[in-house]
Design a protein around this ligand. Structure first.
Ligand SMILES: C[S@@+](CC[C@H](N)C(=O)[O-])C[C@H]1O[C@@H](n2cnc3c(N)ncnc32)[C@H](O)[C@@H]1O
Length: 163
């Protein structure tokens, strides 16, 4: 099991916030200041140059930046060394259903867990959401391909099959 963290700045709608629901179940630990994000974590940053890949299995935790998309400023975490973007996957949440790359925090964490080989934990974090397990169904083929890749370069090459 890989520890999960989320940085929350309270800019997203608390009624729709996926991280708050996970935190209530003890599945994610919330940090409220950038300085408290673990320095060695796999930081989920959609603007990162490297993609999540099985080569990241040695990283000790996963952290999402749980802010509103409108205010997300990844410049504030530019000095974190393990920033990673997810490859092509489509959202299954009701707000952005079918939209590629723009995932909720729980979808992003579940996809990362799956690619790192933690399939059961990916299932467990999505299970509390009515639409959650649909994310694994609609992305089954790319997720399985990415989980068998060697590194970021191979993941990036594979995503071309789905775009
Ligand atoms: C911008 S927040 C929006 C949170 C949303 N309101 C919720 O309740 O889940 C989503 C976060 O998930 C992660 N994420 C989403 N899509 C991603 C992608 N394509 N690559 C990397 N991280 C991603 C990032 O940490 C991003 O900041």
């Amino acid at each position: 099991m890989i520890p999960l963290y989320a940085y929350r700045d309270d800019t997203c709608d608390p009624r729709k916030c996926t991280v708050k629901k996970l935190a209530r179940r003890g599945l994610v630990r919330i940090v409220t200041s950038i300085a408290k994000i673990p320095r060695s974590t796999l930081l989920l940053d959609p603007t990162a140059e490297q993609a999540v890949s099985p080569a990241d299995r040695n990283l000790p935790s996963i952290t999402a930046l749980d802010c509103s998309w409108e205010v997300l400023d990844t410049g504030t975490v530019a000095s974190w060394r393990n920033r990673r973007a997810l490859p092509f996957l489509v959202a299954a949440n009701p707000v952005n259903f079918g939209r590629p790359f723009r995932l909720t925090s729980v979808e992003a964490m579940a996809a990362t867990l799956y690619i790192l080989g933690e399939k059961e934990q990916a299932h467990d974090v999505l299970a509390p959401f009515g639409w959650g397990l649909r994310f694994l169904e609609v992305n089954a083929d790319p997720l399985d391909d990415y989980a068998q890749a060697k590194d970021s370069a191979e993941v990036v090459a594979l995503q071309a099959l789905y775009m």
